[in-house]
Design a protein. Structure first.
Length: 196
């Protein structure tokens, strides 16, 4: 009987030795998600700051392309007016609305850049070339920031749903919820039409 008690004690000690190092994973991964989200917001802010300069530069050359310029301005305004709550990462509807507004701005900017193709003088203008380059770089940074956020959410959500993280979640971190992640809407998945 005494041997059984020793075996059980050894098994419990071994389990603790294996599980204890993972006790801080949930808060560590939570902070990684928050940091990644901040970087996503930082890149969206950078894009939002560039848009007025881009629109002003294009306006001088493409005054009669008012519709596209108005769409870009409206989309940027909609993004700028959004209030982002602290709970957006756990609120599916708020997260979807945020993503939708950002997608509208991306779409409007794409239409603007297609419109610009009609103006060879504009494409040669140094201010426009610089702004276009910065905007393209920002779009790439947004893509990287979103990828990093998606990976951080995957690690965090997996920790909450698997052992031993699930156990620590139940015992110590029950107030922590799964995070939302980006998805691609149907319109973005469609192959674009190219007309010459």
């Amino acid at each position: 009987m005494r041997n059984v008690g020793i075996v059980i004690a050894v098994i419990l000690i071994a389990l603790l030795v294996v599980m204890i190092p993972s006790i801080n994973n949930i808060p560590k991964y939570d902070e990684a998600v928050k940091a990644s989200w901040s970087q996503v917001l930082n890149q969206y802010k950078r894009r939002s700051d560039l848009v007025p300069n881009l629109v002003s530069t294009v306006k001088g050359y493409a005054a009669h392309e008012e519709k596209v310029l108005v769409e870009v301005t409206k989309a940027r305004s909609a993004v700028a007016q959004m209030t982002i709550s602290k709970d957006i990462l756990n609120d599916k509807a708020a997260f979807a609305q945020f993503q939708s507004k950002q997608n509208e701005l991306s779409s409007a900017l794409s239409r603007l850049l297609v419109t610009v193709e009609k103006y060879p003088d504009l494409k040669a203008n140094q201010n426009f070339v610089m702004l276009q380059s910065q905007l393209e770089g920002t779009e790439n940074r947004i893509s990287v920031a979103r990828r990093d956020y998606i990976q951080a959410v995957q690690i965090y959500n997996t920790e909450l749903r698997t052992f031993p993280g699930r156990l620590w979640h139940m015992m110590l971190y029950s107030d922590m919820k799964l995070y939302e992640t980006f998805s691609v809407d149907e319109a973005t998945q469609r192959v674009p039409e190219v007309n010459f």
